[in-house]
Structure formats: structure tokens, C-alpha cells
Design a protein around this ligand. Structure first.
Ligand code: CO
Length: 135
């Protein structure tokens, strides 16, 4: 079951510059940057309870965020719903015809299990599902 809006992600071409903006101009709390090898993405998190802002940037200048930036130059990238049972939600949505970007969840930021729903299944919006491994 989906239980929260975990985060909203923005793709940024210059990660350091954007981190500075969110810290200094917007005054948000910078939690740190993680490099997610499986997604070829660097992510910077700014908790803004009850949700967070995530900045996403290509890791090693490759991967899906690189393609997105090449095409769009930055922008709103995805939103993430937190679930308390990712396997059940995937099964339920697959049965309704939703397509996913991978067959199985992978380990993403914060060691959560994550999977992405294809944007064509949701009016052009990329939606991530995540489940903290402790729940
Ligand atoms: Co995300």
C-alpha cells in the first residue's frame, strides 16, 4: 500500500551548484550525497518533512539521468511513493497493466528497495516506488 510521498526529484546538470542553491538560497537541510551504482546516478537529499527533495545527477557522465539532461537540460524528473509492501504493489499494478522499467526492485538511495513505473503508464510522469528495508 502506498503510504507517503517519499520525495520529489529534480534532474540537475550541475550538482554542486544546485546543492548550494537548495542549502543557501532555499535554506534546506542538506543530508548528503549518495552514488547509486545500480542506477548510474548521484543523489542529494534535502529532507523537508513529511517529504524530501532529491537532486539527481548522472554518475560518471552516463545512465538514464544523462539521457534526460541531454534531452531536456534539467527539470522535474520523478516523484516517489513510499510503500509498505513493494512486492504487493508491483503485482497489483502489473495486473492492471502498468509497465515497469525493470522486472524486479533494486537497491536505491537510503538502501531502500526501489522500482520505477514507466512514464507511459502514468500520463508521462516517472513514478518511483520505494520501501525502506526496515519496514
Ligand atoms: Co528518487
Amino acid at each position: 500500500m502506498i503510504v507517503a510521498l517519499d520525495h520529489i526529484a529534480i534532474a540537475v546538470p550541475d550538482l554542486e551548484k544546485s546543492i548550494k542553491r537548495f542549502m543557501e538560497d532555499f535554506g534546506l537541510n542538506y543530508e548528503g550525497t549518495e552514488h547509486i551504482e545500480s542506477a548510474k546516478t548521484s543523489t542529494a537529499f534535502f529532507p523537508l518533512p513529511p517529504t524530501s527533495i532529491e537532486l539527481v545527477h548522472p554518475l560518471n557522465d552516463e545512465g538514464p539521468v544523462k539521457k534526460y539532461l541531454d534531452k531536456k537540460g534539467g527539470g522535474l524528473h520523478h516523484l516517489c511513493f513510499r510503500t509498505d509492501d513493494i512486492e504487493a504493489d508491483i503485482a497489483r499494478l502489473k495486473e492492471k497493466g502498468y509497465e515497469f522499467l525493470s522486472d524486479e526492485p533494486a537497491i536505491g538511495a537510503h538502501d531502500c528497495k526501489v522500482i520505477f513505473i514507466h512514464p507511459k503508464s502514468c500520463d508521462g510522469v516517472l513514478i518511483e516506488l520505494n520501501q525502506p528495508q526496515t519496514s
